[in-house]
Design a protein around this ligand. Structure first.
Ligand code: CUA
Length: 330
C-alpha cells in the first residue's frame, strides 16, 4: 500500500513536470526564445543543460518530501512519543556530498566547452563580414553602417553574414540584448564593447535595452531584421545619414518618445508649433548639448551628440516638417 502511494506520487510529479514542459514549449515567457545565431544557440544549450539537472533535483527533493510527509505522518501517535534514534549513514552522507560536487563539475565542464562559441565570432573576411556600430542613447538605439548609413531602433542586416557589433554609449550605461541573436552586451560610456551574431534565417528579432537608463528606458526597444542581400542593398541606399528617411526615423526614435508622437508633450514639453523650430541655431545647440533638468523635471539628454552634420540637418528638417505646421517653419 505504501509502495503504491509512493509510486502514485512519483508518477503525478513526473506528469506535472511533463505538463510544465509542454506549457513552456510555447515559450510562456520564462524560457529563452528559439535561438537564431550560433552564440544564442550555445547559450540556449547551456540553459537547457542546467535546467535538466534542476528539474531532476526538483523531482527528487519534492517527491521525497511528499513521500516522507505521507509515510511518517503521526497516525494518532502521541506527540510526546519519541521516534527511532538513528545514527549516521556513512555511504549515504558520502553520496549526498559527492553527488552535488560531481553535478557542479559536469555543469562547469559543459559551460567551458560552450564558452568559446559564445564569445568568439566565426572567422569571416571581406564580403561575408559586416561591422555595425551600435550606439545606446537616452532613449534610442542608433546603428551606423560601414558606408556611414544610419538607422534608428531597427538594424537591418543580410541573413547568414557574420555581423560584428561595436557597442558604445555617449551618455549613460545601456545594454544591448536581442535574445534570439545572443547574450547581453553593455553599452558603457568611455568604453567600446564587442559582440557578434549570424542570423540563420530571414526574420525580425526583437530586443531591448536591458539596463535601466532613465525615465524612458522602457522605450528603448530594438529590432534586428535579417533580409536578403538585395534587400540589404536597397536598405543601405535609402538610409544615407542625410536622407529624409533617416531624418524621420530620428524624430520618431529620438524625439517623439519623450515629446509625444504628435509633438503634444509627454515627459518632455510639447514641440508641435514650438517657436524653437524656427531657430535652427538654438535647435542645433539643444540637440547637441541637451538641457540640464532645470526648466523641465528631467531635462533633455544630448540626443544629437554623435550625429553627423548630415543627420542633424535631416533631423531638423524632419522636425520642421512634422511639427512645424502653422509656425511658419516649412
Ligand atoms: Cu537604455 Cu535602458
Amino acid at each position: 500500500m505504501r509502495r503504491r502511494n509512493s509510486l502514485v506520487l512519483f508518477v503525478a510529479a513526473l506528469a506535472a513536470l511533463v505538463a510544465a514542459g509542454a506549457a513552456t514549449a510555447a515559450n510562456g515567457g520564462f524560457t529563452p526564445p528559439a535561438p537564431h545565431s550560433p552564440n544564442a544557440s550555445r547559450i540556449g544549450d547551456a540553459y537547457w543543460f542546467v535546467f535538466a539537472f534542476c528539474a531532476f533535483i526538483f523531482v527528487v527533493v519534492e517527491v521525497t518530501l511528499v513521500v516522507f510527509i505521507v509515510r511518517f505522518r503521526h497516525r494518532g501517535r502521541g506527540r510526546e512519543v519519541e521516534g527511532p534514534q538513528i545514527r549516521g549513514h556513512t555511504r549515504l552522507e558520502l553520496a549526498w556530498t559527492a553527488g552535488p560536487a560531481l553535478i557542479l563539475a559536469i555543469i562547469a565542464a559543459f559551460t567551458f566547452y560552450e564558452l568559446p562559441g559564445i564569445k568568439n565570432a566565426p572567422a569571416a573576411t571581406g564580403a561575408n563580414r559586416l561591422t555595425v556600430r551600435v550606439e545606446g542613447h537616452q532613449f534610442y538605439w542608433q546603428f551606423v553602417y560601414p558606408g556611414g548609413q544610419v538607422s534608428i531602433d531597427r538594424m537591418v542586416v543580410p541573413v547568414g553574414k557574420v555581423v560584428h557589433l561595436t557597442i558604445v554609449s555617449p551618455d549613460v550605461a545601456h545594454s544591448w540584448w536581442v535574445p534570439a541573436l545572443g547574450g547581453k552586451t553593455d553599452a558603457i560610456p568611455g568604453q567600446t564593447n564587442h559582440t557578434f551574431f549570424v542570423a540563420d534565417k530571414p526574420g525580425v528579432y526583437e530586443g531591448r535595452c536591458a539596463e535601466f537608463c532613465g525615465i524612458q528606458h522602457a522605450e528603448m526597444q530594438a529590432e534586428v531584421a535579417a533580409v536578403s542581400a538585395a534587400q540589404f542593398d536597397s536598405f543601405l541606399a535609402s538610409h544615407a545619414a542625410g536622407s529624409r528617411t533617416v531624418g524621420n526615423e530620428t524624430v520618431v526614435g529620438a524625439c517623439a518618445k519623450c515629446h509625444g508622437f504628435q509633438g503634444q508633450g509627454l515627459v518632455g514639453p510639447a514641440i508641435a508649433g514650438n517657436s524653437l523650430l524656427n531657430d535652427t541655431r538654438g535647435l542645433t545647440a539643444l540637440l547637441r548639448a541637451g538641457r540640464p533638468p532645470t526648466r523641465t523635471p528631467f531635462g533633455m539628454p544630448a540626443v544629437g551628440k554623435t550625429w553627423s552634420q548630415a543627420q542633424l540637418d535631416a533631423t531638423i528638417a524632419a522636425l520642421k516638417r512634422t511639427y512645424g505646421k502653422g509656425t511658419g517653419g516649412g
